[in-house]
Design a protein around this ligand. Structure first.
Ligand SMILES: [Zn+2]
Length: 241
């Protein structure tokens, strides 16, 4: 039986969530990351339900009701942080209480988010949030950086960062449930001497395959193609441009 995960993109509709100095709205980013994450998880064999799939108003009570009815095995609520000082820039994950499965899941998600973004590690914290308290499955709420930080707002508005966050969360969830993530089902990388490295760059969204479903690991790379890969990396460096 497939593991069923409940994704909860924070805010929506009339509730934009936090808004960055450049006008980016939290609700847009949480929805985008949830979409990319769902795609990866479904490919890896998970069943995924979402509390909203568009720009809708969904009350916290309705979200919980839905997740309970769906009997999900884990709740992952997606949010961005905000502070009155523009400097705040860490990633943090929230659970209701330590010692349970939620804490284990949060530790893995937190580790992968920090690793993928290079943003400071704010650690796993406790909070009495409604979505954590009222759901019976282990529940984790991630604050994926600060929309109030101009550099992070810029990054969070970019598809490359949203995909990177989704890939990091997918890795954490796959580890938690002991599921192999399918980093692109390329038959021609199996057993290749660089298979591990290739899987990492695919999972991080840095490289992809050909439309015919191959990766062609021994194909030559043009300098322009290398530049495209390096730019994706540069975009992810803190303060990168
Ligand atoms: Zn929020």
């Amino acid at each position: 039986m497939a593991v069923k995960i409940g994704l909860d993109p924070g805010h929506g509709g009339r509730d934009p969530g936090a808004v960055g100095p450049g006008g980016l709205q939290e609700k847009e980013v949480t929805l985008a990351v949830a979409g990319y994450l769902k795609e990866i998880l479904v490919k890896a064999g998970f069943t995924v339900v979402v509390t909203r799939s568009g720009d809708q108003d969904v009350s916290l009570a309705r979200r919980v009701e839905y997740l309970e009815a769906e009997k999900v095995e884990l709740v992952l609520s997606l949010h961005l942080n905000s502070a009155s000082t523009p400097e705040a820039n860490y990633i943090s994950s929230y659970i209701l209480a330590p010692g349970g499965r939620a804490e284990k899941a949060a530790a893995l998600l937190q580790k992968r988010l920090v690793e993928a973004t290079g943003w400071p590690d704010g650690g796993v914290r406790e909070a009495n949030f409604y979505i954590l308290r009222e759901t019976s499955a282990p529940a984790v709420l991630v604050e994926m950086g600060f929309i109030s930080n101009p550099e992070q707002e810029k990054a969070l508005g970019q598809e490359v960062t949203q995909k990177l966050l989704a890939a990091a969360l997918a890795r954490g969830l796959a580890e938690f449930f002991g599921v192999e993530l399918d980093a692109g089902n390329f038959p021609d990388i199996k057993g290749h001497w660089a298979e591990g490295a290739i899987r990492r760059v695919i999972a991080a969204g840095l490289m992809g395959g050909y439309p015919d479903g191959t990766f062609r690991p021994d194909q030559y790379l043009k300098r322009a193609e290398l530049a495209m890969v390096l730019v994706k990396l540069l975009d992810r460096l803190p303060g990168g441009s």
